[in-house]
Design a protein around this ligand. Structure first.
Ligand code: R5P
Length: 263
């Protein structure tokens, strides 16, 4: 593997083979999401717990301190919105020059397998891999379902992950689901799990992250369940302990409560 690619992967996947990405990209299609009104302010206290931050260029340039050490995974797809016709209608939004200019350690793109825009988004992934690999920049493919929540089955996600891996994604981000091992088994590249809407119960988040790791995910790309929590730092620290320090959900919950009560 080219040195630059190996170096970027090593910055975003730690020596234990695991990773913890903070997702703060929601504004690119959701607008000013609750607690993400100022994304830099939301992200900065959490950066010490995570291995990379997933953000679009607008948030980075407008609100993130360029002195941070945390690697950037640049969200490079868009062209849709919550109030538009179809969430799947995405394309690549950044030129390769802009990806390099921002010093991205990796890029992330959504792919909508099975949607009306399947071909467009798979080909966008494919072209992005061609452009980024010329400069040793790894690509994270996001298996996106838009509003079609019912698609989150092992059968569908295994198909979507494999399609993304075959186009050259270095890492695939997908949802945790029942029979998640099947998804991992069919995907030749590492998988990270996404979060979803804020859950009622904090332990639930720790449990699904723990289960996902046990079943073969190398880490997570999580947003709302961290920064919409009453103790974002407590949740980030608890998840870091599960991902990198082999904490059980119960042990991590203890850590979370301690931090929450002391804040
Ligand atoms: C998906 O691509 C989104 O833009 C987020 O990056 C992803 O859903 C993870 O965030 P959350 O844990 O809030 O779902």
């Amino acid at each position: 593997m080219e040195w630059g690619m190996a170096n970027r992967l090593a910055r975003t996947i730690k020596p234990d083979g695991k990773c913890f990405y903070l997702a703060v990209d929601h504004g690119y299609f959701q607008g000013p999401t609750h607690r993400l009104e100022n994304p830099g302010q939301t992200a900065e206290p959490l950066l010490k717990y995570v291995d990379a931050v997933f953000m679009p260029r607008g948030s980075i340039r407008a609100s993130l301190n360029p002195n941070i050490d945390t690697p950037i995974i640049l969200r490079v797809s868009g062209g849709n919105s919550m109030v538009g016709e179809d969430l799947a209608n995405e394309e690549v939004t950044n030129s390769i020059e802009d990806i390099i200019r921002i010093n991205a350690s990796a890029v992330g793109i959504s792919v909508y397998v099975g949607s009306q825009y399947e071909h467009q988004t798979i080909m966008a992934l494919s072209k992005l891999v061609n452009d980024c690999y010329d400069y040793s920049i790894p690509v994270m493919a996001v298996t996106a379902v838009g509003r079609e929540e019912e698609k989150k089955s092992a059968r569908y996600l295994a198909l979507a992950c494999r399609v993304c891996a075959e186009q050259g994604a270095a890492v695939v981000k997908t949802y945790y689901c029942e029979d998640f091992e099947k998804v991992v088994r069919g995907c030749p590249v590492p998988i990270v799990i996404a979060g979803g809407p804020k859950t009622e119960n904090d332990l639930e988040v720790m449990q699904f992250v723990y289960d996902g790791i046990q079943q073969g995910a190398i880490g997570v790309n999580l947003g709302r369940n961290i920064w919409q929590n009453d103790s974002p730092e407590g949740m980030a620290r608890a998840l870091q302990a599960i991902i990198h320090e082999n904490f059980t959900p119960k042990e991590a919950f203890g850590l979370y409560e301690e931090m929450k009560n002391n804040s």
